[in-house]
Ligand binder design. Structure first.
Ligand SMILES: [Fe+2]
Ligand SMILES: [Fe+2]
Length: 217
């Protein structure tokens, strides 16, 4: 059964899947139209990464600093580097008045973001998440997971859940939804079920419904 802290691992998994998609899209972008499509997708991702890093900086890092002073500097350093790469990507993906895409710079920046995130996310998964597990009781882990979810603007929920589910493996989807089910009142989980059902094709939904019958319509 997933712990409340696994929410961080699930969002990290989706972040890495999307970083790989963006890397591939940027490498293949040859026309203005393709760069515009890349840019559209980058905007949602940027927004989500900002919410994610803000959540860590507002809730996870202060908690760790309180218990282990100076333990989060390296992660903050990574976050500033991440912002720098995203600013570069944003600049390169912005239309240049018919001059065509800035290849190969765009592809290089997307690759840099993927490489950077892969190391950062691995460090957080392998060092920060287990540390939080040691330092926090299960109720405190739930409070933290709630605070991290609280960073997501309400209007983003309908787009975020499909985005997340579509990027997770079947096993991760089941783990994520079981974790949510354990953390919210039954009526709240029931109200999410229609959005879960509309997020995935029928063949991918079937195993989720088999594992979590509350998702059935
Ligand atoms: Fe982070
Ligand atoms: Fe993270």
């Amino acid at each position: 059964m997933a712990s409340p802290l696994d929410g961080i691992r699930f969002i990290h998994a989706a972040i890495m899947v999307e970083a790989a998609h963006l890397d591939e899209l940027a490498a293949a972008a040859r026309t203005e139209q393709q760069v515009m499509e890349f840019h559209e997708r980058l905007r949602f991702y940027e927004n989500l990464l900002t919410i994610h890093t803000n959540g860590e900086e507002h809730h996870v890092f202060p908690l760790l600093e309180g218990k282990l002073p100076r333990s989060v500097q390296t992660y903050l350093f990574d976050h500033r580097e991440e912002e720098e790469i995203i600013r570069r990507l944003e600049r390169l993906a912005t239309p240049r008045g018919g001059k065509g895409p800035s290849q190969p710079d765009l592809a290089e920046a997307a690759r840099d973001l993927r490489t950077h995130l892969s190391l950062h996310v691995r460090k957080e998964n392998e060092l920060i998440v287990p540390l939080l597990g040691e330092l926090l009781s299960i109720p405190d882990q739930r409070t933290l997971a709630g605070a991290l979810m609280g960073e997501v603007p309400k209007e983003m929920y309908p787009a975020l859940l499909p985005w997340l589910l579509q990027r997770l493996t079947e096993e991760e989807r089941v783990g994520y939804l079981q974790m949510v089910r354990a953390g919210v009142p039954p009526q709240v989980f029931a109200s999410m079920a229609p959005l879960v059902r509309s997020s995935l094709p029928a063949d991918e939904l079937a195993p989720l419904i088999a594992a979590i019958p509350e998702l059935r319509g």
